[in-house]
Ligand binder design. Sequence first.
Ligand code: TMP
Length: 218
Amino acid sequence: MGYFITFEGVEGCGKTTQIKMLSELLSARGIHTHLTREPGGCPIADKIRAILLDAENRALAPLSELMLYAAARAQHVSEVIIPALSSGKVVLCDRFCDATTAYQSFGRCIDRGVIDTLNSHACQGVYPDLTVLFDCDPAIGLDRARRRIEASSGPREERFELEALAFHQRVRAGYLQLAAENPDRFLIMNGAESIDDIFSALSTQILTRIPETQRGIC
Ligand code: TMP
């Protein structure tokens, strides 16, 4: 089996930049890596992503939102994550099941038991070996994320960026609670530091944690 690393944090925490840099570093070291994201990661889940992030879908009910994240995850796990791990790859996934707990339970206040049950079905027994949380003040992260959206010419995936600051503060508190509940799995990075400082600390940690068997693949 491969090694499964997930990356989490509030909007604009800098995780996507770091994952890209990490993927390039691991590939340059000859480590077989698969970079993916949620919601999305395969054509069917990408279609669900478009519904979930479209700012025009403000009427989406919290329970419908939850089910769509679970549906996208079930497809992504079956079609992408299980095959990649089975072939021995290191899988880097931009958000996974902890995002559902942080956003839909802490953010939207849906009962945690419902979310744990749905996550356990959608994950099909596949859980992260390591989760990197980029912790960041949501006010700073949101500002960054909104500026990035303004500068982008792609689809306006901003349904969550339009949520109130209090929502994002609950999401951050949720992530910190998940990290406290799972100290062996979580690695917390300070998202307020510079890109280079974060990457230096992150790459050192990741390279020591990836098992010897994966490091030897080339
Ligand atoms: P991102 O790709 O820019 O991180 O956007 C994904 C958005 O979806 C982000 O606002 C977090 C949200 N999200 C959830 O609410 N629940 C989930 O389970 C996942 C994976 C993401």
